[in-house]
Design a binder for this molecule. Structure first.
Ligand code: PEP
Ligand code: MN
Length: 357
């Protein structure tokens, strides 16, 4: 090959690389545009007017390519759009979704696993009221074989006149009791500033239904290295629930569990309506453990066992239930908490069902 030919060949190679750069940049831009337009509800037809684009290109054809070749080439480029579009859509693949991670997330806390092959039972009082109250219930639960103890210290109460929880004193009681009986503990936090106050004393943060879309809180727990139990909002759709969990993963924390706790409907015979379909949907759509709170979803003790069985049959990884040594005297949710013998009957029923393992 002559020197001249060699030089031209090298220039051609350079041009090919430049063309590749330009085509890649174009593809990225199309993806971006599609993504933006799509979120505004526009269609593909709104985005690319092939005919118009070709007319403009032909009008600006500097040669030596003939118009037919030019149109052929650009049609090919424009028709590569569906592939770019697909990429733009998959870019929005959520971190919580099964598409991002096919295997189940298993959360390990102390000696237990949540989301693995065994179910978990989360039980304890609505609110921590005193060490004696929590210890009484915890000891009974421990005897029964329950591994996770719940109890609220920062309480989201409908009325400002109602008991608001013991706050920091409450989480300290939780630590003493959980250590004494050797159980894993769960406490709700309501603000980012409570993270620091509660973290030294508890194992799992709960974000309650009322705070499912407290985005500052979601971001803040996303930045800490603690497991989080996220409750479904009072009237949150699946999408809103999933996006709330996505906030936590997006900010760096993948130790997230979801819990269905009933949603507001017109129905008055239960406190909320337990949306059992949420369980298989969340299990299919996400890789996160899914629990069901049978107490807050129903608000009535007589159907707890049936609902817990339904939850497990639907694929839930665990159940939450409120238990108080003396429910009538409870400072919150007095009507819906089980006493210890009632819990034991419920628990036995669940174990005998063969659904809990
Ligand atoms: C709770 O579990 O203590 C609680 C307040 O529940 P929710 O946020 O589901 O109403
Ligand atoms: Mn409660």
């Amino acid at each position: 090959m002559s020197e001249e030919m060699q030089r031209l060949q090298t220039q051609l190679d350079g041009l090919n690389l430049q063309l590749l750069q330009l085509l890649s940049e174009r593809a990225r831009m199309v993806g971006e545009l599609y993504y933006k337009k799509e979120t505004l509800g526009m269609t593909e037809a709104d985005l690319v007017n092939v005919q118009q684009t070709l007319i403009e290109l032909v009008a600006n054809n500097p040669g030596p390519l003939d118009n037919e070749t030019l149109m052929h080439l650009f049609k090919e480029i424009i028709q590569s759009f569906p592939k770019v579009k697909k990429e733009a859509t998959t870019r929005r693949k959520l971190l919580v979704s099964r598409q991002s991670k096919s295997e189940d997330t298993i959360i390990r806390v102390k000696n237990i696993e949540i989301g693995g092959s065994s179910h978990i039972m989360v039980a304890g009082p609505c609110s921590i009221e005193s060490k004696n109250q929590l210890l009484t219930v915890a000891a009974a639960l421990k005897d029964a074989g329950v591994t996770v103890l719940r109890g609220g210290a920062f309480k989201p109460r409908t009325s400002p006149y109602d008991f608001q929880g013991l706050g920091e004193e409450g989480v300290k009681i939780m630590k003493e009791v959980a250590d004494e009986v050797d159980m894993v503990s769960i406490c709700e936090i309501m603000t980012p500033s409570q993270i620091e106050k509660a973290a030294p004393y508890i194992d799992i943060f709960q974000i309650g239904a009322r705070n499912m879309q407290n985005f500052d809180l979601l971001k803040a727990v996303g930045q800490c290295n603690m497991p989080v139990l996220l409750k479904r909002g009072l009237s949150a759709t699946m999408e809103e629930f999933i996006y709330a969990a996505e906030y936590i993963l997006y900010h760096g924390n993948d130790q997230v569990m979801l819990i269905e706790r009933g949603i507001r409907t017109y129905e008055k015979w239960t406190r909320n309506t337990l949306d059992i379909s949420a369980v298989p949907i969340l299990k299919q759509e996400t890789h996160l453990p899914v629990l069901v709170d049978v107490t807050h979803s129903t608000g009535r003790k007589d159907i707890l066992l049936a609902c817990a069985k339904a939850a497990l049959a639907a694929g839930a990884d665990g159940i939450m239930v409120e238990v108080h040594p003396d429910p009538q005297a409870a400072l919150s949710d007095a009507n819906q908490q089980l006493n210890i013998p009632e819990f034991n009957t419920f628990w036995k029923g669940l174990l005998h069902s063969g659904l809990y393992h």
